[in-house]
Write a protein that binds this ligand. Structure first.
Ligand SMILES: NC(=O)c1ccc[n+]([C@@H]2O[C@H](COP(=O)([O-])OP(=O)(O)OC[C@H]3O[C@@H](n4cnc5c(N)ncnc54)[C@H](OP(=O)(O)O)[C@@H]3O)[C@@H](O)[C@H]2O)c1
Length: 262
């Protein structure tokens, strides 16, 4: 047992003991460096969870969020070239293209030569995706069609239906899409930052394969109970992955924790 006078001080991050600094999250997050790690884009995983770790209430994440969280989501989407998402999240949440920014994010994207909003990329082996859903029908002229990463095993009927509304890319020969190949393809298309928006089973695979560089975890000030998945869901990792806490912001009771990998 250390003597009391040798115990190291802890850091109080909220509320701050100095004057509270109010920052625009756009300034904070758009000022971070995200260098491409080799032949794939920087992968930023963003998830919201309740204090007890639930990632959904009644099967969707909406009940965990609020205006502060939506503002952060808009900020992160603003710095992404591509949003990568698993097909079950698309089905459960009736996924749509991100809102077109009408604020400083729009100006930042335009001045850096990016389209107004990121491109959507969905991972699906089954291709059970509704071609009439808003994800595929609400594009503006500035949008490229969503990418759908699948495998050669997908049914020919579904392939031809989806090919009318999306760009299909084969990145697997059996039931599984190879996520390394997905990220290599996105890199070849010029994507520098990929925002991985879940769900937990896609997250687990990305982390297990060592393909994530940054985690933004929003802790919602709720206890949800229930059996909803945690932010990673799937087989055990070979070993727990050590993260480095880079920053914590707070707004309206939500904590926005930025962690970096390795
Ligand atoms: N709290 C949050 O921030 C947050 C964020 C996102 C989602 N969610 C919640 O998470 C839940 C959905 O997550 P989930 O973990 O069940 O599913 P998911 O990760 O969104 O999607 C899983 C599906 O993606 C496809 N997929 C993933 N990896 C694949 C691979 N390597 N090869 C081929 N296909 C692959 C498969 O689609 P097919 O079945 O089409 O083959 C699979 O069934 C929902 O309740 C949603 O509301 C929460």
């Amino acid at each position: 047992m250390p003597a009391w006078d040798t115990v190291e001080a802890v850091q109080q991050v909220y509320p701050t003991t100095d004057a509270v600094v109010d920052s625009d999250p756009v300034d904070v997050y758009h000022g971070d460096l995200r260098p491409a790690p080799g032949t794939r884009p920087w992968v930023l995983m963003n998830m919201i969870a309740s204090v007890d770790g639930a990632t959904a209430v009644d099967g969707v994440s909406e009940g965990l969020g609020g205006p502060a969280d939506r503002r952060m989501l808009g900020t992160l989407r603003g710095l992404a070239d591509v949003i990568l998402v698993g097909a079950e999240t698309v089905r459960a949440e009736d996924y749509r293209l991100p809102r077109l920014p009408d604020d400083r994010v729009a100006v930042l994207r335009a001045t850096s030569g990016r389209p107004p909003r990121p491109r959507l990329a969905v991972v699906s082996a089954s291709l059970s995706l509704d071609t009439g859903s808003a994800l595929f029908t609400s594009a503006e002229s500035s949008d490229q069609p969503p990418l759908v990463y699948t495998s050669t095993a997908a049914s020919a009927d579904r392939r031809s239906a989806l090919a009318r509304v999306a760009e299909l890319v084969d990145c697997g020969d059996g039931e599984r899409v190879d996520l390394r190949r997905v990220l290599a393809d996105l890199h070849d298309r010029g994507a520098a930052v990929v925002l991985a928006e879940g769900g937990p089973s896609l997250n687990q695979q990305l982390v297990a394969a060592g393909l994530v560089d940054e985690l933004n975890l929003t802790v919602s000030p709720l206890l949800a109970g229930g059996t909803a998945a945690r932010i990673l869901s799937g087989p055990d990792l070979a070993a727990p992955v050590r993260l480095r806490l880079d920053r914590v912001l707070a707004d309206d009771g939500f904590l926005f924790c930025r962690y970096l990998f390795a």
